[in-house]
Design a binder for this molecule. Structure first.
Ligand SMILES: [Fe+2]
Length: 292
């Protein structure tokens, strides 16, 4: 446990996750907000209990991290607050969003920096969320594999998932982008794996067989429990994840119970490839030393 401002910050695992005690997210000083932001960068996902925020307060808190974005699939957005995405499952749900490991909206050119999920209603048991650190996953790869992956790019295609559940309005299209397979975190300079099962359609420059096999290997690698933490929700819990260096999976094991809340999504920047990060001097000193 470490003390930061007035908060206790309690890591869940060495690789990822921390619970922050003593914070009221509806009223934070700038110094308190800075300590939460720092904890997010250090632990990649942070959790809070017993928060009581209106939609306006949820949005105001999220905006302290940066501009908010409206989810491209607008039918899921709150009718009065389009910056809030509705997360809801009940006795009528056959499936829920996020059951497969993913990074939020990675099909966008500039995927979100962070997601801020606030659940008001949760099952008595079940409905946990798993989070995995993509820096830990990258670090655990062999050096030859790291070097091979650093030269690759992959296509992330929104149609891969959203065409199954909804159609885009006339004239619009699903977001589709090319991102480096190994990206560099813009704040920490740490290298990370940036492919996910929901949005990544293929690795560029490889045959279909090679791409599928490589991605299957990486997805299996990512699922190592050493890179993960698991959050057990309570009503009025809040989770904030750094979407640039994590993946998550929602576990739908609570049918027919209700689980309901809202997510704010903070805009991000285009993921940096290793050579771009080196040009911009973003790479961490550790990474520089490792590469030397
Ligand atoms: Fe998600």
């Amino acid at each position: 446990m470490s003390q930061s401002a007035t908060f206790d910050i309690r890591p869940l695992t060495p690789a990822i996750g921390a619970e922050i005690l003593g914070a009221d997210l509806a009223q934070l000083t700038n110094a308190q907000f800075a300590s939460i932001h720092e904890a997010l960068i250090n632990h990649q996902v942070v959790f809070f209990r017993d928060q009581h925020l209106s939609c306006e307060q949820h949005i105001a808190f999220a905006r302290r991290f940066g501009a908010l974005q409206v989810h491209p699939m607008s039918q899921y957005n709150h009718p009065d607050h389009p910056e809030l995405l509705r997360i809801h499952a009940d006795e009528n749900s056959k499936a829920v969003a996020g059951e497969i490991w993913h990074t939020d909206v990675s099909a966008q050119q500039e995927p979100p920096m962070a997601s801020i999920l606030y659940l008001k209603e949760v099952p008595a048991v079940g409905g946990d969320t798993l989070f995995a650190s993509m820096t830990a996953a990258y670090d655990a790869l062999s050096r030859p594999m790291q070097q091979f992956l650093e030269g690759l790019t992959a296509v992330h295609d929104g149609a891969k998932i959203w065409s199954k559940v909804s159609s885009v309005p006339p004239g619009a299209s699903y977001p589709r982008s090319v991102h480096p397979v190994v990206a560099v975190h813009p704040d920490t300079g740490r290298k990370l794996l940036f492919v996910n099962q929901v949005f990544t359609s293929h690795v560029e420059g490889l045959s279909e067989h090679e791409s599928e096999t490589l991605l299957a290997m990486l997805y299996r690698h990512i699922e190592n429990p050493k890179f993960m933490c698991r959050f057990r929700w309570q009503a009025n819990s809040m989770a904030i994840w750094d979407n640039r260096c994590t993946q998550h999976q929602a576990i739908f094991d609570y049918f027919p119970a209700r689980r309901s809340g809202l997510r704010a999504t903070v805009s991000g920047t285009r993921p940096l490839a290793v050579d771009q990060a080196a040009t911009q001097s973003v790479l961490s000193r550790d990474a520089d030393l490792q590469a030397a």
